[in-house]
Design a protein around this ligand. Structure first.
Ligand code: ADP
Length: 279
């Protein structure tokens, strides 16, 4: 496998020329493929023992809660704090493992293309996300969903893209801030669909918008929030496998706009504008 990079040069006496550099990246590709396979196997093999850890930590928590009804004491309090930490850590590991598995699946899973109602998919993600227990009723974001056409896509993989982008829009909008998120789409002349998810959250610093799609990359202002830096790399893979393109840009009103393209499906879907808000 050869990678080629070239740039024009101006030589002395005004003559124009070009320099091309050829790199043999066969070895790098082989190592990347091996690492991806390794990550997939490790994630898969960690899943079962981690499920056991979580299940027993939950059992221990229940038993300690029962004991706390009749016995009091420092030792019991320490044990309860300990099991809470085990459960919290196991939850984080489970999320990381699931992301690593999604990451390998995003490249390797067979694409099953069909007509998908973007509208139904977005509504479902919004309701699941805004119903999440970590959101107090007063800090739930408002998500406005515009008219969305049908697309030609793999519904499982497309759900991951929408879920990651809406999940990020919520995660990177501090509670209490004007937490409005807009999901809109436009069908181009070529029949392709551009989906746009705009938030008014913390934004991405100038010059970092392209890098957030690299695996494990986190923007310099976002590290206070838990995360792995894998979600957007997964989104990019999935969108590119559909022949589309994804990018991020600053929202002029503050926040970030993520935008991606997909092949459209003939005959557009719902035209109505609704507001999905859980209170
Ligand atoms: P994670 O959120 O797990 O860190 P992602 O790959 O989804 O990983 O995102 C990469 C980085 O891009 C995040 O760490 C964050 O810094 C930044 N980012 C993603 N979405 C947003 C957003 N809507 N607003 C601000 N920053 C974002």
């Amino acid at each position: 496998v050869i990678s080629v990079s070239a740039r024009p040069i101006d030589t002395a006496r005004g003559r124009r020329g070009a320099v091309a550099v050829f790199h043999d990246i066969t070895e790098r590709k082989r190592v990347e493929t091996e690492l991806r396979g390794f990550a997939g196997v490790v994630a898969h093999d960690l899943k079962a023992p981690l499920t056991l850890v979580s299940a027993y930590a939950e059992l221990a928590t229940e038993a300690l809660d029962e004991l706390a009804g009749s016995v009091a004491g420092d030792a019991l309090d320490r044990a309860r704090r300990g099991t809470a930490k085990v459960l919290h850590g196991a939850g984080r590991m489970q999320r990381l493992i699931n992301e690593l598995l999604d990451y390998t699946a995003a490249r390797d899973a067979t694409l099953r293309l069909e007509r998908v109602s973007l509208r139904a998919l977005v509504d479902d993600v919004v309701i699941t996300r805004t119903d999440a227990p970590e959101h107090e009723p007063h800090s739930r974001p408002d998500v406005f969903v515009g008219p969305l056409p049908d697309v030609h896509a793999d519904p499982v993989l497309l759900r991951q893209v929408i879920d990651n982008l809406i999940g990020n829009a919520i995660k990177y909008t501090p509670p209490g801030q004007a937490a409005r998120i807009d999901v809109t789409a436009r069908t181009g002349e070529d029949g392709g669909v551009r989906v746009r998810i705009a938030d008014r959250g913390i934004g991405i610093p100038d010059g970092e918008h392209a890098a957030v799609f690299d695996s494990f990359h986190r923007a310099s202002n976002g590290t206070a929030h838990p995360g792995t830096g894998l979600g957007l790399a997964i989104c990019r893979r999935i969108v590119e496998r559909h022949g589309g393109h994804i990018d991020a840009s600053p929202n002029p009103g503050g926040g970030t706009i993520f935008s991606f393209t997909l092949p459209g499906a003939a005959g557009a879907g719902s035209e109505q504008v609704t507001r999905v808000r859980k209170t």
